[in-house]
Ligand binder design. Structure first.
Ligand SMILES: *[C@@H]1O[C@H](CO)[C@@H](O)[C@H](O)[C@H]1NC(C)=O
Ligand SMILES: *[C@@H]1O[C@H](CO)[C@@H](O)[C@H](O)[C@H]1NC(C)=O
Ligand SMILES: *[C@@H]1O[C@H](CO)[C@@H](O)[C@H](O)[C@H]1NC(C)=O
Ligand SMILES: *[C@@H]1O[C@H](CO)[C@@H](O)[C@H](O)[C@H]1NC(C)=O
Ligand SMILES: *[C@@H]1O[C@H](CO)[C@@H](O)[C@H](O)[C@H]1NC(C)=O
Length: 540
């Protein structure tokens, strides 16, 4: 009896107050996927597309059916019979090799509304190439040789309201272009902001942080400041102030950033905020080249971009971090994971792995937002990745600060292991509070349409704490998740009991393609802080 009471008390504490000692956890999924997970994208069939680079030399995974890649331009192997890309199936925990023909190193990508991944650019013979991959049991990459007008290496992509994607910047590219093109002659458009934020010799504005603002414009952050940009008219609409301190936050100073959860109220989103965390101080990249590893930045900067006169508000993380990944969890929390606490991005330049993730709760009072999580045992340094998957876990892979695959006699060996981080909401002690969405025949919804969801919760339910969120599957590389966005739908407060342990909630699909570009999204029912497993829905 006493122990039952204690259990109930514990569950109530875990639901109502955030656990002060985190019960997050880790599991090893694969001890060797053959390649190092430098780039990852979750696909709408619960498979994950992963790739590294073709000029690493031979990987640890042979191509299927004895195939080999012949590439006279490759700097390392002109004939390579190993894979540099895989498709990992989360449901069966298995993977198969895929073949990329040209170099995909440090490239960028986005899903198109039909679930096809469009990957752009890379290095060497791959820098103008567009590659598409649509998942099926024996599909492979298709390559479009001159799909880009300009070379794109370290660029950022974003899915646009009209269904195309924009590809912004890249090394020595102070411009942007679109894919697909409206006409074969459609060229790139200049973006002087990328010149203005380019420190000579340091760059510090690569892989810019790009978010689609719900008013249809793009928020573009590079180095230490941002603009609001109308890409359709090539016009800067607003300049945001420099982040206090002025330290750079983009590659190779590599912090990370998220668009905080967008709450839809009366058919619109009125509060839009961006959070930028970590990075390496000015000069860290040069210092690392000379064997001096500067401490990483410990600050986050948050800005309400929808304000008429927005200002950055600084916060201090419990752990300094460079090359961290920031991910939106289904309950609206921000996970900060991977990276190190000294040095910089770039070959051999990172030090002191930070194995503890940190959770940031955007709605908690200032000063009470961060919580340190259970550490992994695997350092995840330069070229590591993390993505949210449908069941609420976070898939973590990669880490290779070396020019080749180097497994021995190096500080941080090339990492071929895939593991999953289990946020504390997956603690088995919370299972009676976890919603389980009941199967529904409809998974496609137009803008503003009603979405009716039935779900079960075996234990006590607090109807006032139910919400429904949509999360876009993002493309992760170099500490940035392209297309990452989370929407809190209107109507979470309509939840009613409809049977024993059975409930129903009716929410409204997002009102427009500016708030949610047509795409696949993961839909979660969240009870308190505890999300259900997601279901795939198509919006728009
Ligand atoms: C973490 O996972 C391990 C192995 O699966 C398990 O033994 C342990 O109880 C888990 N810890 C928590 C806090 O869930
Ligand atoms: C992968 O590594 C294992 C063990 O390290 C080795 O036995 C195997 O031959 C390697 N495979 C390839 C294709 O490199
Ligand atoms: C929606 O909110 C945005 C600010 O985020 C504002 O610019 C826009 O005018 C609003 N739209 C409507 C239809 O109210
Ligand atoms: C990594 O391995 C390559 C050969 O595969 C070797 O030439 C290089 O020196 C190694 N790098 C380091 C940092 O040990
Ligand atoms: C839910 O909240 C909206 C506004 O946030 C309000 O207009 C509506 O009446 C509420 N519905 C219920 C069932 O409480």
């Amino acid at each position: 009896m006493a122990s039952a009471l204690i259990t109930i008390l514990l569950i109530l504490i875990l639901i109502n107050i955030h656990p002060t000692i985190s019960s997050s956890n880790w599991t090893l999924l694969q001890s060797n996927i053959g390649i190092t997970a430098m780039h990852m994208q979750l696909l709408p069939n619960d498979r994950v597309l992963i790739y590294d680079r073709t000029d690493f030399g031979a990987s640890n995974l042979s191509l299927a059916h004895g195939k080999c890649r012949e590439d006279k331009y490759d700097y390392v192997l002109k004939r390579d019979c190993t894979a540099h890309s895989i498709e990992y199936d989360l449901l069966s925990d298995t993977f198969r090799p895929l073949m990329v023909q040209t170099d995909v190193w440090c490239s960028s990508a986005s899903l198109l509304p039909d679930g096809t991944i469009v990957q752009t650019g890379g290095f060497n013979d791959g820098d103008h190439v567009v590659r598409v991959y649509k998942s099926c049991d024996d599909c492979d990459w298709q390559e479009i040789k001159s799909g880009l007008t300009n070379r794109r290496w370290y660029a950022t992509n974003h899915l646009l309201p009209g269904g195309r994607q924009i590809i912004i910047g890249g090394r020595r590219q102070y411009n942007y272009e679109f894919y697909p093109k409206i006409s074969p002659t459609e060229k790139a458009y200049s973006l002087p902001f990328l010149v203005q934020t380019n420190d000579p010799n340091l760059e510090n504005n690569l892989y810019p942080f790009v978010f689609l603002n719900p008013d249809g414009n793009l928020f573009i952050f590079a180095n230490n400041r941002a603009i609001l940009f109308d890409y359709s008219r090539n016009q800067v609409l607003k300049k945001y102030p420099q982040v206090p301190g002025g330290h750079p936050r983009n590659y190779p100073s590599t912090g990370s950033a998220v668009l905080l959860p967008l709450r839809i109220v009366q058919g619109n989103v009125s509060v839009v905020e961006v959070l930028v965390c970590g990075g390496a101080p000015k000069g860290a990249f040069i210092n690392a080249q000379n064997g001096k590893f500067d401490g990483a930045l410990k600050t986050c900067a948050r800005i309400r971009i929808s304000d008429p006169n927005p200002k950055w508000v600084m916060e201090t993380m419990p752990l300094a971090r460079v090359m961290g990944d920031m991910l939106l969890l289904p309950n609206g929390d921000v996970l900060i994971i991977n990276g190190g606490s000294a040095g910089s991005a770039g070959w051999e330049y990172g030090r002191n792995p930070v194995c503890n993730p940190v959770v940031y709760r955007p709605d908690s009072p200032l000063g009470h937002r961060f919580e340190i999580q259970t550490p992994s045992t695997i350092p995840r340094m330069y070229h590591s990745t993390a993505i949210l998957v449908r069941d609420g876990r976070v898939l973590v892979g990669g880490s290779n600060p070396h020019i080749y695959y180097n497994f021995t006699n190096v500080l941080y060996p090339t990492e071929l292991r895939l593991e999953a981080f289990l946020p504390s909401y997956l603690d088995p002690r919370l299972s009676s509070s976890r919603p389980k969405i009941l199967p529904s025949f409809r998974t496609q919804f137009g803008y503003g349409e009603r979405i009716n969801i039935q779900f079960m919760v075996s234990g006590h339910v607090n109807l006032e704490l139910v919400s429904v969120t949509l999360v876009a599957p993002s493309f992760n590389t170099h500490s940035f998740s392209m297309n990452q966005r989370l929407l809190i739908l209107e109507g979470g407060n309509t939840t009613t009991a409809i049977g024993k342990a059975k409930y129903e909630v009716t929410v409204k699909a997002p009102p427009s393609c500016f708030i949610a570009p047509a795409n696949y999204y993961l839909l979660f029912v969240v009870h308190g802080q505890i999300p259900s497993e997601g279901i795939w829905v198509q919006i728009g």
